[in-house]
Design a protein around this ligand. Structure first.
Ligand code: ITT
Length: 187
């Protein structure tokens, strides 16, 4: 689909990019990071945000391109911060979320990843991934990025994503799942 060109990934988040590289290299696929100004989309829907952002990115780079929108959805907070995760991370941060979760018994949460791959104005393909887990009571671990120190995946061994290597996280993460779907489709 991409000919001899490397697949372009429009993102400003190096953590996301490294995870994507890690998954795609298992399939012999290479990607390149392009930083473009993200089009600010107002929507409650990750898929919609990814789609519109990918069309915008295509306009900019004039080559097939992927965009990924991801978010953390916390059950007890009515799925907040969801599509607003980036803003919430930058404003109230991990401590703010832990504070909102003080004395909250239901700690269930999930991460979602929606990749939009766009190669023409009328052609956008979506790949989604989800991982379920719980919000911890304290921050643990130094690796990863974003909300990783307070998210403990259900399929794991009790460690947070921030206590895992990139490889371990990608085996079970929302992004690992969505990128493996993309890779399978591209192959
Ligand atoms: P781009 O839009 O430039 O790709 P971003 O960081 O703004 O980068 P998103 O809007 O998709 O990306 O992600 C929203 C936020 O959700 C992100 O900044 C993190 O704080 C959080 N997040 C997403 N995936 C995560 C993950 O795997 N681990 C921890 N936090 C994550």
């Amino acid at each position: 689909m991409t000919g001899n060109h490397k697949l372009l990934f429009a993102t400003s988040n190096i953590g996301k990019f490294e995870e994507a590289v890690n998954v795609l290299e298992e399939y012999g696929l290479a990607i390149e990071m392009v930083r473009i100004k993200r089009f600010e989309v107002q929507s409650d829907d990750l898929v919609e945000i990814a789609k519109i952002s990918a069309l915008f990115a295509l306009e900019e780079v004039k080559n097939p391109v992927i965009v990924e929108d991801a978010g953390l959805f916390i059950e007890a907070l009515n799925l907040f911060p969801g599509p607003y995760s980036s803003y919430v991370y930058k404003t109230i941060g991990l401590d703010g979320i832990l504070k909102l979760m003080e004395n909250v018994k239901n700690r269930r949460a999930y991460f979602m990843s929606a990749i939009a791959y766009c190669w023409s104005e009328s052609e956008v393909k979506i790949f989604e991934g989800r991982v379920d887990g719980t919000i911890t009571h304290e921050k643990r671990g130094e690796r990863g990025f974003g909300f990783d120190p307070i998210f403990c995946p259900r399929e794991g061994d009790g460690r947070t994503f921030a206590e895992m290597s990139t490889e371990e996280k990608s085996m079970i993460s929302h992004r690992g799942k969505s990128f493996r779907k993309l890779a399978t489709w591209l192959k």
